[in-house]
Ligand binder design. Sequence first.
Ligand code: SUG
Length: 393
Amino acid sequence: MKTWELNIDGLVGPTHNYAGLGAGNLASLAHQDEVSNPKLAALEGLKKMKFCHDLGLKQAVMPPAFRPDLHIARTLGYTGNDSKILETLYHSEPKLLKVVTSASSMWTANSATVSPSTDTIDGKVHLTIANLNQNLHRSIEAPFYEKLFRKLFSNDQYFTIHQSLPKHHDYNDEGAANHMRLCSSYGEPGLEIFIYGDPTKQSKFTPRQSKKASEAVARLHRLERALFVQQHPEVVDQGVFHNDVIAVSNQKTLFLHEKAWLQQEEALLRITDNIDFNLNLIQITEEQLSVDEAVQSYLFNSQIVTVGSNNHIILPSHCEESPKVLEILQNNFQNRHFFNLHQSMRNGGGPACLRLRTELRENEINALHQEILLTDTLYDTLYCWIQEHFRDE
Ligand code: SUG
């Protein structure tokens, strides 16, 4: 049966803003309090989705979480009607106002971890909602995602949805941003790789993904083959707040920086021992591109996708500004596509952050809630809706 890669991108919400809330996320901290343009942000994201759709990939779009989330403010004892609460927060607790208005559900790579049915013992697709426990503004996304995913993947013949892990720092889980998969081709069983951090090894920033959380997700998903790899503590302190800021995989390809993981050589050996095909390893040295330059350009926060027998790489346009990055790309990828995603990038969200991806068989695609699949008509509708209703400042 035909198998597809499905990318589910989050539509940017109309309250998109720069609040400086992303812990360990240098772009978010650097752009705090700048003026945002929600209309442009939504159009930039939509353009990338349309491109993937036109390329012949399966592309879906997730609605933004309802914001401001005044339910949280009420839980914290604020009373009155919505405008009264907003005004009170503005004067007495402006940080909470930023939290409840954040449009952070756009970064769907953090919404969940998904394992395709080819990898699981019971032959079902498993999806675990991320608790996003580390940042308050992101933790309030979990109930939204849970409700949504239960509707989108509502057929329990094919899909098993797991609730988010306990909200305790031992189980910090930020979803697919710290999860990779290698396989010989779509439709073939894969090796799933979970990347976690160790907070006791950090001096500056706390890692977002815990080992216990990764292990729990692998158990819940009943995986045939899973490996656990630790992020290098130094790169976390340099702004690699998720593994997808320094590594990306697709089918046989693993594209990463040499400093991404602790004991990387040993980790790569474990990977090659667990696969039955030749790994296409593209490992970039510090000399070719420093970790700082990788974080600035977001080179590794790209999407590598296969169309027919060709690999395409979808990159943020920041990458075009660096001769070193361009050289790496020219030497390794034939089909390069650059997207201006400046609005999201200023909050630390590149092409890969904006999408949750998985592989689905034809019958699993057909069992999804069909209205989220991008079509030319849905694109036109969303485009007009954004033009008409989103503010530009
Ligand atoms: O969690 N930024 C997000 C960016 C998430 C990127 N996702 C992946 N790498 N997969 C975060 O740090 C900033 C919000 C603000 O500052 O207004 C923020 O939440």
